[in-house]
Design a protein around this ligand. Structure first.
Ligand SMILES: *Cc1c(COP(=O)(O)O)cnc(C)c1O
Length: 409
């Protein structure tokens, strides 16, 4: 594949107000006009290059949006104060009372809770489906359906959506395909595979330092203009705007995203292979044993690998909790939700990020009790990390039942 997201970011050149190498931060919430006429024109959307109020846009949020649009290959983008702020406003943009959504059932817990518990208050209803079964997805579409929603790589089970096929399905039925690409920035470019809208939580890999939240919707100029409309734009009226200071800091972190993603992927692939060799049930899209390994390969920008997320199953919640506590004690990472941080993070999805999903649905999805989700960090010596993790597992008797242990110690 020839799409090069990092080149697109590299080619962006912004000078600061005094010739600085970073763009100046707009330290204002409101903006003056030299004439009253110009103010009216700006409110009516006719004054190119004028700012009116920071809930709408500021120079700093526009710079960040441009960089994200460049990365995803879309016309433009609108940033927001969190991933949920981007996702919910975009859904409410496309859907009103009586409309219907077909969504993957393995999605971020917050998105699932919004669709399941909140959107029905506005008579927007969702069918949750196994997104890997295209016939099931198509059968769920009805005359009120407006969007198909999925994550490129799903949380937490790392299912991979066939974006090309879903885009065709969407086109056939006159729907929009919205893809949350939070788990696979740079590795997968959904717009290049014909998705209509690409969403991200910037809080994760894109920012990478876990010091702020952010979100983005990447799409056509027409979509972004209507999201920002002062009269009826969901982003403008619901107000999930991002602060300029944070927009500026996320933009700087984006300049190293390609290097970080490569290292996250390299480390995760190494650990996934070694965990699998130990006989642990390991899920990672880079493993040949992953059901969507070939599909991921057919969609990926190969330089960036299969991402930084993997899961293992250690058999029970007690063992999972003990292992995570011990690994944190040994300074191998943090027992914390979230992902895309420079240090490794681990959590048990069933009792944390996916706890919004009812237990029987968790079981049906394959979300077992002993599951640990790892977001692998930027460790320089990943072999040392593996040896330390294996020692923790041995200490807790987690590897006793796996027969390969003697061969690999
Ligand atoms: C974290 C996350 C979100 C929500 O983003 P916030 O920035 O926490 O609001 C949405 N989708 C996925 C896949 C996520 O991991």
């Amino acid at each position: 594949m020839s799409f090069k997201p990092a080149n697109k970011i590299q080619d962006l050149q912004y000078f600061g107000e005094f010739g600085g190498v970073n763009p100046s931060i707009s330290d204002s919430a409101t903006y003056t006009f030299l004439s009253a006429k110009k103010m009216l024109d700006t409110f009516e959307g006719h004054a190119e290059g004028c700012y009116l109020y920071s809930r709408h846009a500021s120079p700093s949020t526009l710079y960040l949006g441009e960089a994200l649009a460049a990365m995803e290959g879309t016309e433009t983008a609108n940033v927001s104060g969190s991933g949920m702020g981007a996702i919910t406003t975009t859904m409410l943009h496309f859907c009103g009372a009586g409309d219907h959504i077909v969504s993957s059932r393995t999605i971020y817990g917050g998105t699932y809770a919004f669709l399941k518990n909140f959107a029905p208050r506005f008579n927007v209803n969702t069918s949750f489906v196994d997104i890997t079964k295209l016939d099931v997805v198509e059968a769920a579409i009805n005359e009120n359906t407006k969007i198909i929603y999925c994550e490129a790589v799903s949380n937490p089970l790392l299912e991979v959506a066939d974006i090309r096929a879903l885009a065709q399905l969407a086109k056939k039925h006159g729907l929009k395909l919205l893809v949350d690409n939070t788990f696979s920035p740079m590795s997968i470019s959904p717009k290049e595979l014909d998705a209509d809208v690409v969403l991200h939580s910037l809080t994760k890999f894109i920012n990478g330092t876990n010091d702020t939240m952010g979100g983005v919707v990447c799409g056509t100029q027409e979509l972004i203009n209507s999201l920002r409309s002062v009269n009826d734009g969901a982003a403008m009226l619901l107000g999930p705007s991002l602060d300029s200071m944070r927009a500026a800091s996320i933009l700087k972190n984006m300049r190293t995203l390609h290097i970080r993603i490569k290292q996250h992927s390299k480390n995760a692939l190494y650990l996934a292979k070694r965990f699998e060799d130990l006989g642990l049930k390991t899920v990672y899209p880079g493993l040949a044993s992953h059901p969507s390994h070939e599909l991921f390969k057919s969609m990926m920008n190969s330089a960036y690998g299969f991402g930084g997320l993997l899961t293992i199953d250690v058999g029970s919640l007690e063992k999972a909790n003990a292992l995570m506590e011990l690994m944190q004690h040994e300074n191998l990472g943090y027992l914390a939700v979230s992902l895309g941080f420079y240090k490794t993070l681990f959590s048990a999805p069933g009792t944390s990020t996916s706890s919004e999903i009812p237990e029987e649905e968790q079981i049906e999805m394959g979300l077992s009790d002993g599951l640990i989700r790892f977001s692998i960090g930027l460790d320089d010596d990943i072999e040392r990390t593996f040896r330390m993790m294996r020692r923790c597992m041995n200490e807790l008797g987690i590897l006793e039942s796996t027969k390969k242990i003697l061969e690999t110690v």
